[in-house]
Design a protein around this ligand. Structure first.
Ligand code: LMR
Length: 341
């Protein structure tokens, strides 16, 4: 087992449509929330919790804790020293057989930083994991919760393409923008929260985030000014949390929840129950090669990337602005992929 430490907790793996899932960065603040929620998903028969040694809690401790939950899932931990290379040092058992890998690894931004400032560091971390997936579970869907999502997803999808693998296996998690938009509309309208579904398109940073309030009937009662205010609030929501955490991190609880929604949609789809969530993927919905929009997940992963609905005048103008910003960030990601080996 080399330098890997491994904890195994036993559970019952009995369900027919059941899948193996790995959480990379499973001992981080986001990773622990995500691992907890995924362990309660009855489609998950086995959960690999992978993190580096010296993380805030050992991956073995996270797995031991989760292994007591009364769900069928079997939880196993894998940890490596910081200087290890997952592609050769991570035991094959961590990733082999995985249908879904959720990656939360990477550093959070600090007050005053933009997500773009994290590109070199976080793309480097994501690349190590993505290369290990390319070797051990090339058919798995890889959900990236790694900022800057707008650049890291194109970079990793391009790396997959260069290896002859399907770039649509790489999915950027933008569900948090939808969660936020839904909650803010609920607060503004009082409409039943579980009936609200605001598609959020574009990307996951600043003005590239475009909530389509025109598509949610509860918003019909809101003035244009109110929608503009909510649009701005969704764009700034990540920074709102960075500020509230006073330099001690960014969103973790809500981001773990959002990752769980995306992960559950993927597993539902794999089990034959086609499910739609917004996600940032290789796309031909606009002239940009990557774009967030509603995506239907099916038995083979990404099944359908939906075309955009008819936007209102405000959203049409905002889309132009979002695309301009997103294009520059996609280019940064693709350049990263071309300039690293
Ligand atoms: C978020 O939207 O909360 C995350 O992308 C974290 C961040 O840096 O804002």
């Amino acid at each position: 087992m080399g330098n890997c430490q491994c904890f195994e907790g036993f559970g019952l793996a009995s369900k027919k449509d059941s899948f193996k899932v790995c959480i990379c960065g499973g001992a981080t603040s986001i990773g622990q929330q995500l691992a907890l929620l995924m362990a309660t998903n009855t489609f998950v028969k086995e959960l690999s919790v992978y993190d580096l040694e010296g993380s805030m809690v050992p991956a073995e401790g996270v797995a031991a804790d989760l292994s007591h939950l009364e769900f069928p899932c079997r939880v196993k931990a894998y940890s490596l020293p910081a200087q290890a290379r997952p592609v050769k040092d991570l035991p094959a058992a961590c990733l082999e057989g995985c249908s879904l890998v959720l990656v939360t690894a990477g550093v959070p931004r600090k007050p005053g930083q933009s997500r773009k400032d994290l590109l070199q560091v976080n793309a480097g971390i994501a690349k190590l994991v993505v290369e290990a997936c390319a070797k051990r579970c090339p058919e798995a869907i890889i959900g990236l919760i790694v900022n800057p999502v707008n650049s890291v997803v194109p970079a990793m999808a391009r790396l997959y393409e260069k290896k002859g693998l399907d770039p649509r296996r790489i999915v950027g998690v933008t569900t948090l923008d939808v969660v936020r938009a839904n909650k803010f509309v609920y607060e503004a309208t009082g409409a039943p929260v579980d009936s609200i579904n605001v598609p959020v398109i574009g990307g996951h940073a600043g003005k590239s985030v475009l909530p389509l309030f025109s598509q949610e009937k509860a918003c019909a009662e809101l003035s244009l000014e109110h929608r503009q205010f909510l649009d701005q609030r969704v764009q700034d929501a990540g920074a709102e949390i960075v500020k509230a955490k006073c330099g001690k991190g960014s969103a973790t609880l809500s981001l773990g929840y959002a990752g769980y929604l995306l992960g559950s949609a993927v597993l539902n789809g794999l089990a034959g129950n086609r499910t739609t969530e917004c996600a940032y993927v290789k796309s031909n919905v606009t002239e940009l090669p990557f774009f967030a929009s509603p995506v239907t997940f099916g038995p083979r992963g990404v099944d359908r990337v939906h075309q955009l609905p008819r936007l209102d005048t405000y959203e049409t103008e905002r889309l132009k602005e979002a695309k301009q910003i997103l294009q520059a960030e996609i280019t940064m990601g693709l350049e990263y992929a071309e300039t690293t080996d």
